[in-house]
Ligand binder design. Structure first.
Ligand SMILES: [Fe+2]
Length: 306
């Protein structure tokens, strides 16, 4: 199944606000092997939950190329016993399109979408994001999470950070999603792509002029080689400006296990170690996801991907 590298829309649905950033399309990568489907993330919706100011992931949406791939995915999901909250059908949300929605083993709502409306790319002269490039999720079972996203969604593991983080790709970007072993299921952070390191730094400067100081950064990570500058949004969600993520050549890339040392998490030595404050922000609060409204799905996937 082919994948689409487009990172088209990201939206954070706070109680009464919707902020959307549009981005351009990138070159489509080669087909994913032996999977139900594979895709590129187009959106991560997070919102302030009824439980207060806690940030939760409402939906993680991935683009696929065609309706036929959506339909094929549905057949694969059904065969694998993966619950779908939406069978293949037209999508009613912003951007329209056609897609399906499934539930992962920790209750996250995952959408596969195609035929979304395009937007006119914004000028790249201005230092603002061109799309969402990755989402990092806290998981209670990193092996189960990796097994599900590789075997069901066809993603591939680019690198590990010891046995604490796993970086997964679905296109040439080193990671489009990553999992962090944690005490509960939650969103760790959402990363926005800046077109260049100059845009990245000017973007951080723009935030600082608005009184928003990075929680951590700027710096450059070892795994993925991407720049990072983390800051909090008004709902408490950790967002990241990033650029220059490593590009994977499939027949040349060797997955490695990185040691978790200050020198490797902060290659430039500019950011220093993450503070307890940023760690607390990244831990978030327990997110029951779809299980809050569909408790009957709890345990449906236990053992199905391991
Ligand atoms: Fe990140």
């Amino acid at each position: 199944m082919s994948m689409r590298k487009s990172l088209a829309v990201v939206a954070f649905a706070a109680p009464l606000a919707l902020v959307a950033c549009g981005g351009g399309e990138k070159e489509a990568p080669a087909a994913a092997p032996a999977s139900t489907t594979a895709a590129a993330p187009v959106a991560a919706d997070a919102g302030a939950a009824a439980k207060g100011s806690a940030s939760i992931v409402g939906k993680i949406s991935f683009a696929v190329r065609t309706r036929a791939e959506i339909d094929e995915a549905a057949r694969g999901l059904e065969a694998a016993g993966v619950p779908m909250l939406r069978e293949p059908s037209p999508l009613a949300g912003a951007g329209g399109g056609y897609g399906l929605q499934l539930v992962d083993p920790e209750g996250r709502l995952v959408e596969l979408a195609t035929e979304m409306e395009s937007v006119v790319p914004m000028s790249r002269e201005v230092a603002r994001p061109v799309g969402v490039t990755h989402v990092v999720l806290n998981t209670v079972d990193i092996d189960r999470a990796v097994a599900f996203y590789t075997s069901v969604l066809g993603m591939r593991v680019s690198d590990w950070s010891e046995h604490r983080m796993a970086f997964l790709r679905c296109n040439t970007d080193h990671h489009s999603i990553a999992f962090n072993q944690a005490g509960w299921t939650s969103v760790n952070h959402v990363a926005y792509e800046m077109p260049s390191i100059d845009h990245f730094m000017r973007g951080i400067g723009g935030l600082k002029r608005r009184g928003i100081t990075p929680l951590w950064g700027p710096g450059r990570h070892g795994p993925g080689n991407n720049t990072f500058g983390y800051f909090g949004d008004p709902a408490g969600l950790v967002c990241e400006y990033t650029s220059d993520v490593a590009q994977v050549v499939e027949d040349q890339w060797l997955c490695r296990v990185w040691r978790r040392t200050p020198e490797l998490s902060d290659l430039w030595g500019t950011a220093g170690p993450p503070s307890q404050d940023v760690r607390t922000h990244m831990a978030g609060t327990p997110d029951p996801g779809v299980f809050a409204t569909h408790p009957e799905l709890l345990g449906v996937l236990s053992g199905s991907t391991s």
